[in-house]
Design a protein around this ligand. Structure first.
Ligand SMILES: Nc1ncnc2c1ncn2[C@@H]1O[C@H](COP(=O)(O)OP(=O)(O)OP(=O)(O)O)[C@@H](O)[C@H]1O
Ligand SMILES: [Mg+2]
Length: 344
């Protein structure tokens, strides 16, 4: 069963608007977000709201299969085209014709398959393995990823031309901890499902104190984790116990601080060179000005880098940077740091 997109936060309202406005267009779309945040629900709702709803929504997880299997999964193969190919298999591109092909975890696709996919997008045709016949395809491609595709483009692991082809509509979904106002609605909806048949389900809502704890909890597994907690409640019927047993959160650790110096050192070089140039140009130059400028540049770069790494998850970035959330927001505005296009 496809759930509706539950939530009343601005983010979810906005996503509902995007779905409403774009579902009819069939422009290739990328859905971004952490694991369990609702990427697949958004894809299902896009398909359901589109004129393609009568045709299949076909999902392929690009991270789940080795390259050669993924190739034949996507494009199909002829009987006898390799050992074990005992019969002809239709590729998902063929199956999804007229409908939607949902490529999950697109960021994990190998460069060889990225190239093959690009050719299909450019020509609207593909050739199954072992076949000599080209097959035309009219599929709406919706992809999902929990990594920053832009970072991958920058580091050369994702083709830039493919990125632009796929990323016509972008739908970022914020983590649940950044939209806690959605939590009571999700609780009501999923408790309704898990306790179906039980009368007076409203009596099973958490009390104010427990709800407050649930809304402050960081939900690293997002809505999927909330669902597990609700299932646990459906079994035990005791919110106090369920809330007490929420896992304690280890401090969010930076897994990338080690590579910060490589980002900063070119800036330090740049500032020192500017200082050196200033010292040649005049007799006096202010130490305060030069170090001030250097610090501002470093600060800007570290913040920009951290935001990029967290896909502009400001709460997580502020934790990693060990500064208050509002301080981060102020610095973002003071230092005029803007998100990359796909997150705007
Ligand atoms: N806004 C929402 N309204 C209703 N259900 C939701 C919402 N967001 C998530 N869910 C539910 O939470 C579960 C996890 O969501 P989903 O599978 O879409 O996450 P995902 O982002 O695709 O995760 P992953 O990256 O692990 O594949 C699903 O059962 C989904 O129905
Ligand atoms: Mg998913």
């Amino acid at each position: 069963m496809i759930p509706p997109l539950i939530g009343k936060s601005q983010d979810i309202e906005h996503i509902r608007d995007i779905i409403h406005q774009t579902a009819g267009m069939g422009f290739h779309t990328v859905v971004y977000g952490e694991s369990g945040v609702g990427k697949e629900v958004v894809v299902q709702n896009l398909h359901r709201s589109s004129p393609r709803r009568g045709n299949p929504l076909v999902k392929v997880n690009c991270a789940a299969l080795p390259d050669s299997l993924l190739d034949s999964e996507l494009f199909g193969h002829e009987k006898g085209s390799f050992t074990g190919a005992v019969k002809r298999q239709r590729g998902k591109f063929e199956v999804a014709n007229g409908g939607v092909l949902f490529l999950d975890e697109i960021g994990e696709m190998s460069s060889k398959l990225q190239t093959r996919l690009l050719h299909v997008l450019e020509g609207g045709k593909f050739t199954p393995l072992g076949s000599e016949e080209e097959i035309g395809t009219d599929t709406w491609i919706i992809t999902a990823t929990n990594s920053c595709l832009e970072e991958k483009v920058k580091s050369g692991t994702f083709r830039e031309d493919l990125y632009y082809r796929l990323n016509i509509i972008r739908i970022p979904i914020r983590p649940l901890r950044e939209r806690p106002e959605d939590i009571p609605l999700l609780i009501d909806y999923y408790l309704g499902l898990y306790l179906s048949g039980i009368k007076k389900r409203n009596n099973h809502r958490p009390n104010q104190k427990n709800l407050k704890t649930l809304m402050a909890y960081p939900w690293p597994g997002n809505v999927r984790e909330l669902q597990s907690v609700l299932r646990r409640f459906a079994l035990t019927g005791d919110w106090d116990v369920v809330v007490r047993e929420l896992p304690r959160q280890p401090e969010l650790r930076s897994d990338f601080t080690a590579d910060l110096p490589s980002y900063i050192s070119p800036i330090i070089d740049e500032v020192l060179n500017a200082g050196h140039a200033a010292s040649l140009a005049s007799d006096t130059f202010s130490l305060k000005d030069i170090t001030g400028e250097a610090l501002a540049k470093i600060e800007r770069e570290v913040i920009r880098h951290t935001l990029l790494k967290t896909c502009w998850n400001r709460r997580r970035a502020s934790k990693l940077l060990d500064i208050a959330y509002y301080t981060l927001n102020r610095k973002i505005s003071d230092l005029t740091i803007t998100p990359p296009r796909y997150l705007q």
